[in-house]
Ligand binder design. Structure first.
Ligand code: KG4
Ligand code: ZN
Length: 343
């Protein structure tokens, strides 16, 4: 069974071909980062227009790399939500129209389910059940995952998402968009312990997070510094921010594993690319005899491969594909709506 995956929820256009027997055959991606950088953030209208320009060439590229043609595709999976409405509409309309033209069904996919299952694309994948730490630009959740569509929410952020906190703090430090990855690079050159920032909700007793206070603490630090932020200050402040957020994410993940009695942790979403988060989790896992799984770096941030995979796994789990042609996007869509237990 060959599944075409289409991702267009934000500022990346992703197309991939996933074969249920052979695995990922090819994927093609275009990032709009350079285009949005000029504006300091994602401009939704520009994002939608760029998705329109990119989808067809990316589809051709993915087909060519896999040595496949349109007639080989059995179903078209695409991101239905959550995300930017206009951007979602482009991928959704494209996928539905293509499926209609080739006479194949579609599988609308939840973007976060794509992230959640993305470590299954790696050569050494986890097995169910596992605890998942989902850390993206819009979400921060700890989840118990028993199978495809079997999710239990253990904890989530009460305000900003981890990626959002990275991006906003980066902006406060004067870094250009997209700030998260740049802040983490800068943090590598900073000295730990020069500044101490709060670890919000570390001892809250539950598995929830809150990051807006941390962002405010960065703002206070910046204000105290005065008008000019020198390079050493920026690096040390970035380091302090990263130390704080990583400690909270790691402690809560370990607590979730202890509470659920599970030995495998899956880290997914853009912040999962963070080196310090990975190093700290790996160290703790070694000490506690736990295993941590990450998607390949290229599948941490948005991509078509995770959408094709999620679509394929959904079909295999018994979710029926739908007839192509009638569709709607879902810009706001809690992941728990995808769980059979609905918890
Ligand atoms: O999963 P993703 O590509 O998009 C969403 O679905 O939100 O995640 C993007 C987020 C951004 O907030 C970005 O700053 C963050 O992931 N990010 C990072 C790193 N790379 C991307 N945050 C920390 N360290 C990184 N290396
Ligand atoms: Zn994402």
């Amino acid at each position: 069974m060959l599944i075409l995956g289409v991702e267009s929820s934000c500022d990346e256009t992703g197309i991939a071909l996933y074969d249920s027997a052979a695995g990922l055959l090819s994927h093609a991606l275009h990032s709009q980062v350079a285009m949005h950088a000029e504006y300091g953030g994602v401009v939704p209208e520009l994002a939608s227009r760029d998705h329109i320009r990119r989808v067809v060439p990316l589809l051709r590229e993915a087909l060519e790399r896999a040595g496949k043609s349109l007639s080989d595709i059995d179903a078209v999976a695409y991101t239905r939500g959550p995300g930017l409405a206009g951007a979602l509409l482009v991928g959704c309309a494209f996928a539905e129209a293509l499926a209609l033209a080739i006479g194949k069904p579609t599988i609308p996919v939840h973007h976060l389910e794509g992230h959640l299952l993305s470590p299954l694309l790696s050569s050494n994948p986890p097995t169910f059940p596992f605890v998942a730490l989902l850390v993206s630009g819009g979400h921060t959740q700890l989840m118990k995952v028993t199978g495809v569509g079997e999710y239990e929410l253990l904890g989530e952020t009460l305000d900003d998402a981890a990626g959002e906190a990275f991006d906003k703090s980066a902006k406060l430090l004067g870094l250009p968009y997209p700030g998260g990855a740049l802040l983490s690079k800068l943090a590598e050159t900073g000295t730990p312990g020069v500044y101490e920032l709060p670890r919000p909700m570390l001892h809250s007793g539950d598995l929830n997070f809150s990051f807006s206070g941390l962002k405010t603490a960065v703002l206070t630090l910046v204000r105290e510094q005065g008008a000019v932020l020198d390079d050493a200050f920026k690096a040390n402040a970035a380091r302090a921010f990263q130390e704080a957020i990583v400690e909270v994410l790691v402690r809560k993940s370990l607590k979730a594993m202890k509470q659920s009695g599970l030995k495998q942790l899956v880290v997914a979403g853009g912040v999962g690319a963070n080196k310090q988060l990975r190093a700290t989790l790996d160290e703790e896992a070694k000490r506690k005899r736990l295993r941590v799984y990450y998607p390949e770096l290229e599948f941490c941030t948005d991509n078509g491969a995770m959408i094709a995979l999620a679509g394929c796994l959904r079909l295999q789990a018994g979710t029926p594909a739908k007839e192509a042609g009638v569709f709607a996007v879902q810009p706001r869509w809690p992941l728990m709506d995808m769980s059979v237990s609905g918890k």
